[in-house]
Design a protein around this ligand. Structure first.
Ligand code: NAP
Length: 458
């Protein structure tokens, strides 16, 4: 895949970049190694000062950076601006909390000869490779990089090939805040070069956010090399609506949960499981609200939904919908691509889905919602858990026993009750099953790339 910015709103190539050759890759890995040697000697207070300075720069440049995100991948401008500011917030969160998250943990000692002291200490692993997706070009990277650097690790970024300008912006942001040169280095490489970088003995671990096939490939290389890995992969999150729910609020939130980021979020609600007692009323509200969305130029403030990020992404989405339609699904809103320049697709709602349709099990990465009628909470759980994914989930109910049942039975890394899945620095984030393993954000996120060293003193 070419390393290039192709504006999804126009379909035009804006900028192309040459891939780094083997010598440049080697030089950049070397820089990250040298930076780690320096960084691991610095105090939390020093790193926090640099991290806050980098956050200040992000905030100052938020408007221009947001435009760059829109041009590279097409999200609406207000969401792009919010993404940049959320990154700065996450940087400050780890600047404020890293020292406490990684403080020595006293351990009680059950051995025969009592220790005078025993504790666990968290130490950085070294250079960590981050393979990242285009859908949140800054946020996905910062949520790894901020804790990693605060722990004293350094990072190498292999970003998605369609967001090279975002990659190069991230390449300098930490140094501009004061971090040692090479603390975070972008590698302009294709996915085929990832193997050699991960096999390099100077690279100690890998984190990948992306699709299931990419995760399988990179996790197997990490396994072969016995290197620590974190996998943040796809999702097909259920959004369950039970009879006690506030239907108007549930439908409004359901639309936002489905179309945020033009429908291209791993934690977007993709399958809507609605109890038969309220199905017809919810379906009407939901379809009306999806049809009323403003689709258009993502640089316009009034736009709700911009284009799908790539031409191939739009054809993948169209294939899933067409497969369902050919097998008898009904369209309640939208239903197809929008003619004209760019990669636009209508906000779409499908119903009457059957088990032979691909969309039942596969991730629809774009503004397409699937609606299911369920007769009971048990049927809701059966459908919710039938995909191989297990990222997040949402359930709308005011019945306490029902709420407890869903929290226990949903196969997912998170359950949001009477709301939609969101990510905050404070909440651990990650999935189970084919959605991956490991956690980002919160205390769990900063500990993933640390050696938990047990210390025992006689
Ligand atoms: P993708 O095609 O898997 O690409 C993600 C990254 O992996 C890119 O940098 C890509 O490089 C690289 N890559 C792809 N195949 C690879 C391979 N075989 N070996 C090594 N690297 C490889 O995913 P995407 O289309 O960018 O992003 C969408 C997917 O990410 C969706 O499935 C979404 O649900 C998931 N996602 C998950 C989370 C989460 O936190 N769980 C968050 C956001 C997105 P190239 O661009 O050069 O191919």
């Amino acid at each position: 895949m070419a390393i290039a910015t192709i504006n999804p709103t126009t379909g035009m190539t804006e900028k192309e970049f040459d891939a780094h050759d083997a010598a440049e890759i080697d030089r950049r890995i070397g820089e990250a190694v040298t930076a780690h040697a320096a960084l691991r000697q610095t105090s939390f207070a020093q790193r926090a000062e640099w991290m806050r300075a980098a956050a200040d720069i992000l905030e100052r440049e938020a408007d221009d950076t947001a435009k760059m995100l829109v041009i590279e991948m097409g999200k609406p401008i207000a969401q792009a601006r919010a993404e940049v500011l959320k990154c700065a917030k996450n940087m400050r969160f780890y600047a404020d909390n890293a020292e406490q998250f990684l403080a020595d943990e006293p351990l009680s000692d059950p051995s025969r000869v009592a220790a005078s002291q025993a504790y666990a200490r968290y130490q950085p692993l070294g250079v960590v490779l981050a393979v990242m997706p285009w859908n949140y070009p800054l946020w996905q990277v910062i949520r790894f990089a901020a804790p990693a650097l605060m722990a004293g690790n350094t990072g190498l970024l292999k970003h998605a090939s369609n967001v090279p300008q975002s990659a190069l912006y991230l390449d300098t942001i930490f140094e501009r805040g004061g971090f040692p040169v090479g603390s975070f280095r972008a590698l302009l490489i294709g996915s085929r070069e990832v193997k050699a970088v991960l096999e390099d003995p100077r690279v100690k671990a890998v984190t990948l956010t992306g699709s299931e096939p990419a995760g399988r490939s990179v996790a197997s290389i990490a396994g072969e090399q016995i290197k620590k890995s974190v996998m943040e992969l796809g999702g097909s999150d259920p959004f369950i609506v039970m009879p006690s729910a506030d239907l108007e609020a549930a439908a409004t939130t359901a639309v936002k949960a489905r179309i945020s980021n033009n429908g291209q979020s791993c934690i977007a609600a993709k399958r809507f499981l609605v109890h038969t007692d309220v199905y017809d009323a919810f379906a009407k509200l939901f379809a009306e609200k999806m049809s009323a969305l403003v689709v258009g130029d993502p640089l316009e403030e009034k736009t709700d939904v911009g284009p799908v990020a790539t031409e191939s992404g739009r054809s993948d989405l169209a294939e899933l919908v067409d497969d369902a339609l050919a097998k008898g699904a009904k369209v309640l809103a939208g239903g197809g691509a929008i003619d004209g320049p760019g990669f636009f697709y209508q906000p779409t709602v499908l119903s009457e889905l059957t088990d032979d349709m691909r969309i039942i099990l596969e991730e629809a990465f774009g503004p397409v919602a699937s609606l299911y009628r369920v007769a009971s909470r048990e049927e809701a759980i059966r459908i919710a858990n039938q995909t191989t994914f297990g990222l997040s989930s949402a359930v709308w109910t005011t019945d306490v026993a029902e709420e407890s049942y869903f929290i226990t039975e949903l196969d997912a890394g998170a359950v949001f009750v009477n709301g939609m899945t969101v990510s905050y620095p404070e909440l651990p984030f990650g999935g189970i099953k084919a959605s991956g393993y490991g956690r980002e954000l919160a205390a769990a996120g900063i500990r993933e790339f640390c050696n938990l060293k047990t210390v025992w003193k006689g």
